[in-house]
Ligand binder design. Structure first.
Ligand code: IPE
Ligand code: IPE
Ligand code: MG
Length: 249
């Protein structure tokens, strides 16, 4: 069981906010390079990446983060070799089958964002039952972005709203940021405060384009399989020392 630690365990810098970020989103990158450096197949890197997922999920819940979004598979990742795509989907099946219940016992509620319809039907069922697992007092939402693309999500929201306008249910003038956010798969949930990308790449790769408009970004050279509790807490500490201005002074 996870220990309940409502207070932030990391030392905040001068003038920093002591509260942990409400929502942290991670672009888990570098599994392939981790494997290549060891002369292993790419899938071995993805497998080690699952160990990092376990460690970071636990660290985030203990640190008092309310929502953790992990980018597991993008709408662009279908361009990878069939064998790698199948391996990634199998790893997810394995994770859900073996860990969804334990996550629930630890107060971690699972949910998914992304286009489910494009996934295998058995996986869609596994996702639905993982989301339905009883949660012992919700401490954190673990949100997995699967077959997710920010542009596709924004387009789907635009279509949804356009249909409601055409049906006379909604007035075009009343589409504000709140209405638009509610039409996204994240349905008006709190936006990420912090986005972390591992592996040294400095790009968004179509992740949470709308939601991360005012997030803080941390890019670390550490490859995802080497990213663990310590690196995660160091990122929270760096976040805590930042000043967010939202366009003000
Ligand atoms: C991230 O690692 C995992 C996914 C995108 C699913 P990569 O597989 O992209 O690793 P690199 O970037 O090739 O090292
Ligand atoms: C982003 O990583 C997607 C995920 C982590 C799931 P990629 O490795 O696919 O991104 P690019 O292709 O380097 O931009
Ligand atoms: Mg990559």
């Amino acid at each position: 069981m996870l220990k309940l630690r409502p207070q932030t365990p990391f030392a905040a810098g001068e003038g920093a906010s002591s509260a942990p970020p409400r929502h942290v989103a991670i672009i888990m990158d570098g599994n392939g390079r981790w494997a290549k450096a060891r002369g292993l197949p790419r899938l071995a890197g993805h497998k080690r990446g699952v160990d990092s997922v376990r460690e970071v999920v636990r660290a985030a819940a203990e640190a008092g983060v309310g929502r953790l979004t992990l980018y597991a598979f993008s709408t662009e990742n279908w361009r990878r070799p069939e064998e790698e795509v199948a391996g990634l989907m199998d790893l997810l099946r394995y994770y859900l089958r073996h860990e969804a219940r334990k996550l629930g016992r630890d107060g971690i509620r699972l949910r998914f964002i992304g286009d489910r319809a494009g996934l295998a039907s058995d996986l869609q069922m596994a996702m639905a039952s993982a989301e339905a697992v009883d949660c012992a007092g919700e401490r954190m939402v673990l949100q997995i972005a699967l077959n997710y693309g920010g542009r596709a999500e924004i387009l789907a929201a635009a279509r949804r709203l356009a249909r409601r306008v055409a049906e006379g249910e909604l007035c075009a003038e009343n589409i504000d940021e709140g209405e638009f956010s509610a039409a996204l798969t994240t349905k008006g949930d709190p936006d990420p405060d912090l986005v972390i990308r591992t592996s040294g790449e400095r790009r968004i790769s179509n992740f949470l384009l709308w939601q991360a408009a005012y997030a803080e970004y941390i890019f670390t050279p550490v490859l995802w399989p080497d990213f663990g509790r310590e690196a995660f807490l160091a990122a929270l500490e760096e976040y805590g020392a930042r000043e967010r201005r939202y366009g003000g002074v």
